[in-house]
Design a protein around this ligand. Structure first.
Ligand code: GLP
Length: 243
């Protein structure tokens, strides 16, 4: 795992955007695996800035998202579909038909997960996958479990994730209890992975992810076995790693 230490969130975001931009320039029709959450927002803003300045062209880029809440329709302002439109897609020239995300409005989870996994295969795999890190070590919505999920699946969200995501919803009851998520196996098939982590509240879990045992109890720890992972984290998030 390569580790880039940055001073703060802004530098983490700029560094991530540089790597994403380089990927798009090297392979204009690349498949980007995209994440939601507050962590990648700064990198997306930087990509939008570069697009507006005429440095980046998304016309051939394909984008596949990690996950989506089960039960939310696309027009729900808390859906990840909506998040991606607001935070990236509507600001750049990516083609809507080249953007993919599990469909939270589909109730038949087996069917929807199989459909999404087939979409990813048809795309030929993800070239560069962006990941944020959940407080309990989750990636996508792969929550701590007894085993690593191989493919896209329906997840029961843990109490800690429901509480962490509560801030985006009016009431706790509004936070969906389930999600569709790429599996750990799906994520591990990406050619390159960029893990972004910011803030002291992630320092303890980041230490487990990078230096602890590889275990499905800390889902992101599996990244220790991926051949091409770059961690970009700020000082605060890395503060427990030197101890
Ligand atoms: C959600 C998403 C994850 C994300 C995590 C961390 O649970 N499913 O993909 O990495 O939140 O979010 P944040 O970046 O806001 O800390």
């Amino acid at each position: 795992m390569k580790i880039y230490r940055t001073a703060d969130y802004q530098e983490m975001s700029r560094t991530a955007a540089m790597i994403l931009a380089a990927q798009i320039r090297l392979k204009p029709d690349c498949v980007l695996g995209l994440a939601t959450g507050s962590t990648p927002v700064g990198a997306y803003e930087e990509l939008i800035r570069q697009y507006r300045a005429g440095y980046l062209d998304f016309s051939q880029v394909r984008a596949a998202n990690l996950d989506e809440y089960r039960g939310l329709t696309r027009d729900n302002d808390q859906s990840y579909y909506y998040f991606m439109q607001q935070n990236l897609f509507k600001h750049v020239n990516i083609r809507p038909e080249n953007t993919f995300i599990p469909d939270g409005s589909r109730q038949d989870s087996d069917e929807e997960c199989a459909r999404y996994e087939a979409v990813l295969s048809q795309l030929g795999g993800v070239d560069l996958q962006i990941l944020g890190l959940g407080h309990n070590g989750h990636i996508g919505f792969n929550e701590p479990a007894d085993t690593f999920a191989k493919v896209t699946h329906c997840v029961d969200l843990t109490r800690s994730t429901i509480e962490a995501n509560r801030r985006f919803f009016e009431k706790e009851e509004d936070v969906p209890r389930q999600a569709y998520s790429m599996g750990i196996g799906t994520i591990m098939r990406a050619k390159k992975i960029l893990l972004l982590v910011s803030g002291s509240e992630k320092a303890a879990i980041l230490r487990e992810v990078v230096a602890g045992p590889v275990t499905p109890r800390v889902p992101a720890s599996i990244l220790q076995f991926h051949p091409d992972v770059t961690l970009i984290a700020d000082e605060a998030a890395l503060s427990r790693l030197n101890a």
